[in-house]
Design a protein around this ligand. Structure first.
Ligand code: G6P
Length: 610
């Protein structure tokens, strides 16, 4: 949450910082701000409520110019979205900071600082940090020492960018629990919450480690670790294209990302299959050895990634024959739990920076699992760097806050994992070959489903004036129904719930009337007849049914029943194929309702706070 960008250069940095913020806006967008050290030696800042575009307008009417600056786009935690709470925060016109994270002991520090005479102008947890750094500077400390001494007193999580108006030659950055990268240029250096922000100015990055503090000058970057030792961190070159995060001809990122799924899935499969077998080293060179003796799998994730884990539980138990437990990270990390014998611990995350998922991984590493595996879309993310084994999904940058292509590529990763685990646990080679052949057909099947876009856009009209929607599925389709409901509520703000269809009669049936559309996912599998009976229960009570059905499913349209036919698929890939129409449905309902599809209210893409 919150995006940070900063620069020290020989050229003016305002435009670089604003472009960086625009690229980081998926991290939070309720307010934004920028502080620049101007040539006159004065620190000037502009902050606005709302999006980065609004900040850019203000800056255009009141230009800022200088070669040292920091900027921020906010997702509110402490203090409502308001200009006074927007970053950068400044102390005594001298020190300015941007912060991502939560300072847990801010109340105690605030009391101390008020007693010492500081006047607070915001309700944020961040303001105590800037006053503390200012006091150190005023006491004669250098900027780097002032930050070091201040961070030593902080509890919680932070990524910080700090500047001192009296020291135009330095920009200081610190990281603990929130991501931060350094962009390495020629005679200029940058900081940002992720690499995308800086792609227009560099493709060379240093990824700070937990507890690192860095001092940037025009021609040098020095880094100290949490113990105060000066360290060398490698400079890595990114192959991401500058325009990797552009929207192209699509109206929204979300739509672009939905349509990118055939490519993203093909890219994720590439290099992982040989003939009709999954390559043994797909999950790392030690994977085959580690997987051999496994007796159980635990998967932990948040949000959409959690739904991918729920689908995988069905696959891992039924195909690989291993018991699999799945839990949301925020629950897992705070309860006593028994680690199953010889178990693999898997995390799933698009960003690799989700605070709860990271905390769960750290807990698991100290709990006696055989190994930890991260399934993640961002190389060099914290989750990737801290796990024993890694599988990178190749979805490409996902900008829309509601996750789409990251989800389907996670499912691909989980299918490959299932087959690899199965092989170590008695899955016959012939079955594996058949399953891989099905997997290879996936990009083409998704292409076919995307052709339903116009039909689904028309269907969306039936949902626009509704306040509630129920999603039903059985088996692996139950988590897909959950994902469909999540998509709808995230971007259209319609309350949506998912139920396993067999549970309908135990409560939710009481809600059914003509104001409550019911969406069902009905592949042609062994549970179809059971599902149809459940749908009859809805019909009999006047509910409006929208059924996404395999083209072979015998089900006719009638009054109150709309059937959308999907291409014929195989059981294995049904969850992926049926996800796509639900994504499209949510998208078109949101467009009709006129919501902010890519940046829905109150949400952020990368949740780096608890
Ligand atoms: C946020 C995003 C969701 C995402 C979840 C987990 O809530 O808005 O789209 O599914 O975080 O994120 P992760 O990066 O760990 O997959």
């Amino acid at each position: 949450m919150c995006g940070i960008v900063g620069a020290i250069a020989q050229r003016p940095v305002t435009a670089i910082l604003l472009e960086g913020l625009r690229r980081l806006e998926y991290r939070g967008y309720d307010s934004a701000g920028i502080a620049i050290l101007e040539a006159s030696g004065g620190l000037r800042r502009i902050r606005t409520l709302g999006k980065v575009a609004r900040l850019a307008e203000e800056v255009a009417t009141d230009p800022l110019s200088g070669t040292l600056g920091i900027a921020h786009t906010r997702w509110a935690t402490h203090g409502e979205p308001a200009t006074r709470n927007a970053h950068p925060h400044v102390s005594h016109d001298r020190c300015a900071i941007v912060h991502n994270g939560i300072v847990e002991n801010h109340e105690a520090l605030r009391r101390e600082q008020i007693a010492a005479g500081h006047v607070f102008t915001s309700e944020t947890d961040t303001e105590v940090v800037v006053h503390a750094i200012h006091d150190e500077l005023a006491g004669g400390q250098s900027l780097i020492d002032a930050v070091r001494r201040t961070t030593a007193r902080l509890r919680g999580a932070y990524a910080l960018g700090v500047m001192d108006a009296q020291d135009p030659g330095h920009l200081v950055a610190a990281r603990q629990g929130s991501p931060l990268v350094i962009g390495v240029g020629f005679g200029e250096h940058f900081i940002a919450s992720d690499v995308f922000a800086l792609l227009p100015v560099t493709n060379r990055f240093i990824f700070l480690e937990e507890g690192d503090i860095a001092e940037l000058t025009l021609d040098r970057v020095r880094i100290w670790d949490r113990d105060g030792n000066e360290v060398e961190r490698p400079v890595k070159t990114s192959s991401l294209a500058v325009d990797a995060t552009e929207r192209g001809e699509f109206r929204h990122y979300m739509l672009k990302e939905i349509f990118e799924q055939p490519r993203a899935i093909a890219d994720t499969l590439e290099g992982r299959l040989s003939g009709n077998r999954v390559l043994p080293e797909t999950f790392g060179s030690q994977a085959a050895e580690l997987f051999a003796g496994l007796r159980a799998v635990t998967i932990v994730a948040c949000g959409t990634s959690y739904h991918a884990a729920l689908v995988a539980r069905y696959w891992i138990e039924s195909i690989a024959g291993l018991p699999c437990q799945v839990e949301v990270a925020s629950e897992y990390r705070y309860r006593g739990h028994v680690v199953p014998e010889r178990a693999l611990f898997v995390t799933i995350s698009q960003s690799g920076e989700t605070a709860d998922t990271l905390a769960a991984l750290r807990l698991a590493k100290a709990s006696g699992y055989v190994a930890t595996l991260a399934i993640c879309n961002v190389p060099e993310s914290s989750l990737v760097r801290e796990s024993d084994l890694v599988f990178l999904t190749h979805a490409g940058p996902e900008i829309g806050v509601a996750s789409t292509k990251a989800f389907t590529t996670q499912l691909v990763a989980l299918l490959l994992l299932t087959l690899n685990l199965g092989r170590c646990n008695g899955l016959e080679a012939e079955r594996e070959q058949n399953l891989v052949a099905v997997l290879r057909s996936l990009p083409g099947k998704i292409e076919e489903v995307l052709r339903l876009d116009a039909r689904i856009a028309r269907l969306a009209e039936a949902f626009v004036d509704k306040h509630h929607t129920l999603f039903l599925g059985r088996g692996e389709q139950y988590p897909i129904a959950m994902e469909g409901a999540l998509k709808l509520k995230e971007i259209s703000y319609i309350h949506a719930e998912a139920y396993p269809a067999g549970e309908l009669k135990h409560g939710p049936l009481a809600l059914i009337d003509e104001q409550m559309p019911v969406v069902a996912v009905a592949p042609n599998n062994g549970l179809l007849e059971k599902l149809k009976s459940n749908l009859e229960e809805v019909r009999a009570r006047g509910g409006q049914l929208f059924v996404f059905a395999d083209h072979q499913v015998p089900m006719d349209e009638s009054d109150g029943v709309v059937v959308v036919r999907l291409p014929e698929t195989q059981d294995l890939i049904d969850p992926l194929v049926f996800t796509v129409p639900l994504q499209l449905l949510a998208y078109h309902v949101a467009v009709l309702k006129g919501t902010d599809v890519d940046q829905p209210r109150n949400l952020a893409k990368s949740v780096t706070v608890e």
